[in-house]
Ligand binder design. Structure first.
Ligand SMILES: NC(=O)c1ccc[n+]([C@@H]2O[C@H](COP(=O)([O-])OP(=O)(O)OC[C@H]3O[C@@H](n4cnc5c(N)ncnc54)[C@H](O)[C@@H]3O)[C@@H](O)[C@H]2O)c1
Length: 259
């Protein structure tokens, strides 16, 4: 079991939502917390809780490298910053598409590239990637978001294999694949059957437990663990199950809902 006491955890997009809940859970284990987030107002509140905070646009590789150079050793990197623009593929404008690609995928690459060399040098560390259930299954109404989350799963699994191949067995990986979390990111949606809203605090506890035990996946709620089985079914059956559970209508306010 990884002992988090005295360790330093860096959480991107950590000034609110799931990131802040996980920061609190890491802090309860005795870890020192560093938060990078764009949202200065949220950051001020996190500072008042005793966490270190820096306003960093993690989608900007130069800003990430500069902020990383100011940090001492980072034992846990939680790549967690995320944005979502409602709408089907053809509804989003180019800027919104680029922002989702830049934050949800780009920042995970830049932060891993900035922080991983120190972990390799010390022979220890843990990478946490906040993906999504939408990183395991395509969801109508969030095509670009879902694409970035699939890419995060691919990034995390590939980097893990690269580290193993190079003999860096002391660096663990955890990929977080939650369905909808009650943080306000998806205010207008209706979760599918058997996937109740997740509470960020409860999910944060599961993430910390997975990091300590070096567990690769945190898939919540239980329905998410069944996605590989769903995908193994004949397509018409899988489509019918998606319709039956309401998964294909879970994003409100989009053309997928109006159709
Ligand atoms: N809320 C959900 O239902 C849900 C479900 C599955 C996965 N997720 C993922 O969980 C993670 C956390 O989301 P959340 O629900 O806590 O939402 P949130 O909006 O509360 O948190 C996201 C944070 O990322 C920060 N951020 C956005 N762009 C940034 C940038 N360029 N640089 C630095 N910080 C930036 C925001 O300021 C915000 O504090 C995200 O990756 C999200 O995609 C959320």
């Amino acid at each position: 079991m990884l002992d988090l006491n005295g360790k330093t955890a860096l959480i991107t997009g950590g000034a609110g939502g799931l990131g802040l809940a996980t920061a609190r859970a890491f802090a309860r284990e005795g870890a020192t917390i560093v938060l990078w987030d764009l949202d200065q107002a949220r950051g001020e509140k996190a500072l008042a809780e005793g966490f270190r905070f820096k306003a960093v646009d993690v989608a900007d590789p130069a800003a990430v490298r500069a902020a990383a150079a100011e940090l001492g050793p980072v034992d846990v990197l939680m790549n967690n910053a995320g944005v979502h623009t409602p709408g089907d593929l053809l509804e989003a404008n180019d800027g919104e598409v680029m922002r989702q690609l830049g934050v949800n995928l780009g920042s995970y690459v830049w932060c891993a590239r900035a922080i991983l060399p120190g972990m390799i040098e010390r022979g220890s560390g843990h990478l946490v990637y906040t993906a999504s259930a939408a990183g395991l299954l395509g969801v109508p109404g969030m095509a670009v978001y879902s694409a970035t989350k699939h890419a995060v799963v691919g990034l995390a699994e590939s980097v893990r294999m690269e580290l193993r191949r190079a003999g860096h067995r002391g660096i663990g990986t955890t990929i977080v694949c939650p369905s909808f979390i009650d943080t306000g990111m998806f205010p207008d949606n209706k979760p599918p059957l058997f996937t109740p809203w997740l509470k960020p605090e409860a999910l944060a506890e599961k993430i910390v437990a997975a990091v300590k035990a070096d567990r690769l996946y945190v898939s919540e709620p239980a329905m998410v663990k069944l996605i590989p089985l769903l995908k193994a079914l004949p397509r018409p059956v899988a489509d019918a199950l998606c319709a039956l559970t309401g998964m294909d209508r879970s994003l409100r306010g989009t053309s997928s809902k109006k159709a």
